[in-house]
Write a new protein. Structure first.
Length: 192
C-alpha cells in the first residue's frame, strides 16, 4: 500500500483529534491513544486493504471518542474523506453511548450480523485484533490487575472479545484476518 495523500491526511486528522485536542490515553495506561488507530491501520495495510479502509482504520474512533469540546461528526468525515470512509467509520461508531456496557456490546454484535458489509467486518476485525492482542500482552505482563481498568470485569471482557471474534468469523469467513482472529481467540481462551 502506498502512503497516499489521503492516508497522510487521515494520520494528521487522527493525531489532531486524539492527541492534540484531547491528549487521550489508552484505558488505564500512560500510552497515547493514537497508538490504537495507528495499529488498526497497520493491521489493515498488512493485508493490503484498500486505501479507504485503511483511512477508516485511522479514523474509526474519531466520532465515538471525541469530547464535547472537540466534536467530530459524520459530516466532518464526509467533507474531509468522502462518503465511503464516513460510512465505514460510522458503522463502527456506537450509536447509543448512554446504554449500559453490556447492551452496547450486544448492539455491536447485532450490527455485525445485520448491517455490516465485508469492508466494515474487515475494519472491525482489525480493531478487535488491536484491542484483543493488547489485552493478551498486558495480561502476560501484569496479570489479573489489568481488568480493573475496564467497565466490565475479566469474565465479561474476555467473553465479549470471544463473541466478537466468533461473529466476525461467522459473517466473513474468507476475511484476510481470519487466521489472526482464530489465533487471538485461542490466546484469549487461555486467560479466560
Amino acid at each position: 500500500m502506498k502512503y497516499t495523500p489521503k492516508i497522510r491526511k487521515a494520520v494528521r486528522f487522527a493525531i489532531k483529534v486524539h492527541e492534540l485536542d484531547q491528549k487521550q490515553k489508552r484505558k488505564g495506561k500512560d500510552i497515547a491513544y493514537i497508538t490504537h488507530p495507528m495499529t488498526v491501520a497497520l493491521i489493515l495495510a498488512r493485508v493490503n486493504a484498500p486505501e479507504n479502509i485503511i483511512v477508516a482504520g485511522l479514523l474509526h474512533d474519531t466520532i465515538e471518542d471525541c469530547s464535547v469540546n472537540c466534536p467530530v461528526t459524520v459530516e466532518d468525515i464526509i467533507n474531509n474523506f468522502g462518503n465511503e470512509v464516513a460510512e465505514l467509520v460510522n458503522s463502527l461508531t456506537e450509536q447509543n453511548p448512554d446504554l449500559p456496557w453490556a447492551e452496547r456490546k450486544k448492539e455491536v454484535l447485532q450490527n455485525i450480523r445485520e448491517k455490516f458489509s465485508s469492508e466494515s467486518i474487515l475494519l472491525k476485525s482489525a480493531d478487535v485484533l488491536a484491542n484483543g492482542t493488547e489485552i493478551v500482552d498486558d495480561y502476560r505482563e501484569n496479570g489479573e490487575d489489568i481488568f480493573a481498568r475496564f467497565k466490565a470485569g475479566k469474565t465479561q471482557k474476555i467473553q465479549s472479545q470471544l463473541s466478537l471474534i466468533t461473529t466476525l468469523l461467522q459473517y466473513y469467513p474468507a476475511s484476510p484476518l481470519s487466521d489472526d482472529l482464530k489465533s487471538l481467540y485461542q490466546e484469549l481462551e487461555k486467560i479466560k
